[in-house]
Design a protein around this ligand. Structure first.
Ligand SMILES: Cc1ncc(COP(=O)(O)O)c(C=O)c1O
Length: 377
């Protein structure tokens, strides 16, 4: 750090230069991220609550109220009753916290999850000194229920099921997994992506995956993905609020007696942003956004199919992976044309996430280039 501060103008110039080097969702070129351009009112809400800290809730009664209200809205949406929970920084923190609670409540150490679960589950298991028991997936890349059934036993603390897998947007058979877990183990649902998509699909044909499933103990969903809020904002919801006691730590010197969150000082701007997005959009607003993402996804799939490029599985959400001849070179060729896509590992494919910042025009242009670069290869 320099001895003397730099003039604000100079600092701002440096910031602008850095921002210009970033990619921006508004340019409509990013198909490789599960985040998106937040709703304008969410940005405003974020800026209003920058100094709030829900780690010390007694000073921030208004923000705390927003967080409680957010929990109430989501409980209703996800068919829960008297759920416990709070806003977390992301599904990674949500997954860690849920498994922490499962470990301390059951006093067991095994976590059963399919290979298709997000890598944050590995982080959680490692941090918590737990053991991951990986099970295979079926031919639609959903967790194999029978395999889970064979692995759930006296050492199982929790099963993690996914509603919207990161690579393919698939939904594990959570209703069946719930039956297996009832009275035997925690069932944590990672709905980081699907949580703000599935309730708003026009023709949902996925079996129940939320708190309608009696075996579901906890669920995380990211407001900073399809929730249209700012980063970081995610929600951890827990059926039995009393389970939080198992991870409570006394918090002397603060306005709360105990803390049950992994983080101490807690970003609270995301709470306000998530609240603002949900209030401003309502169910109909999210339905419209999801419908547009699905239309654009279908456009891309249709164009790709016409050129003989098949998706790995029929997408049920706005995530789709394509079987292309050479994944890396296709990704590079698209990159050269300014399109940012990612790849899936299982199976190796070109992964395309069609978020709300993608317009119909950019979906068409992308599909055109996807076909063109694939045919060249
Ligand atoms: C299914 C799933 N779980 C967890 C995560 C991690 O979420 P975050 O980056 O918000 O911590 C992701 C991120 O893409 C995800 O897709």
């Amino acid at each position: 750090m320099d001895e003397r501060g730099a003039p604000a103008k100079k600092v701002m110039r440096e910031l602008r230069e850095a921002s210009e080097d970033d990619l921006h969702f508004r340019d409509g070129r990013i198909f490789g991220s599960m985040c998106t351009d937040p709703l304008p009112i969410a940005r405003r809400a974020h800026a209003m609550f920058l100094e709030a800290n829900l780690g010390n809730p007694g000073y921030y009664k208004g923000t705390w109220r927003l967080e409680r209200e957010t929990l109430r809205i989501l409980s209703k949406l996800l068919h829960g009753r008297n759920l416990g929970g709070f806003t977390v920084s992301g599904a990674t923190e949500g997954n860690i916290t849920a498994l922490w609670m499962a470990r301390n409540t059951t006093r067991r150490k095994e976590v059963v999850a399919a290979k298709t679960a997000h890598f944050s589950v590995r982080k959680a298991v490692d941090l918590l000194g737990m053991r991951l028991v990986e099970v295979p997936h079926d031919d639609m890349y959903r967790a194999d229920v029978d395999a889970i059934g064979r692995k759930v036993g006296k050492d199982t603390a929790a099963v993690v099921a996914v509603a919207g897998t990161t690579e393919l947007g698939q939904v594990d058979p959570i209703d069946e997994i719930g039956e297996l877990c009832r009275d035997r183990a925690f069932l944590h649902v990672d709905a980081a992506f699907g949580g703000f998509v599935l309730p708003f699909l026009d023709h949902p044909d996925t079996p129940p995956w939320d708190f309608r499933v009696a075996g579901v103990s906890s669920l995380v969903l990211d407001a900073h993905k399809m929730g249209m809020a700012t980063i970081p904002a995610s929600h951890l919801l827990v059926r039995e609020a009393s389970h939080f006691r198992k991870i409570a730590v006394e918090s002397p010197y603060l306005t709360s007696v105990y803390q049950t969150s992994l983080l101490g000082t807690r970003n609270s701007a995301g709470v306000a942003a998530a609240y603002a997005a949900m209030r401003a959009l309502g169910r109909s607003g999210y339905r419209q956004i999801v419908a547009r993402c699905m239309r654009n996804t279908r456009t891309i799939v249709r164009r790709a199919r016409e050129a003989g490029i098949e998706p790995v599985v029929e997408p049920i959400m706005n995530v789709v992976a394509f079987r292309v001849h050479d994944v890396e070179s296709t990704q590079r060729a698209l990159d050269a044309k300014g399109w940012k896509v990612s790849t899936s590992r299982n199976p190796r494919a070109l992964r395309v996430v069609v978020m709300p910042h993608i317009t119909a025009k950019s979906a068409l242009a992308f599909a055109h280039d996807l076909v063109a670069v694939s045919q060249k290869g």
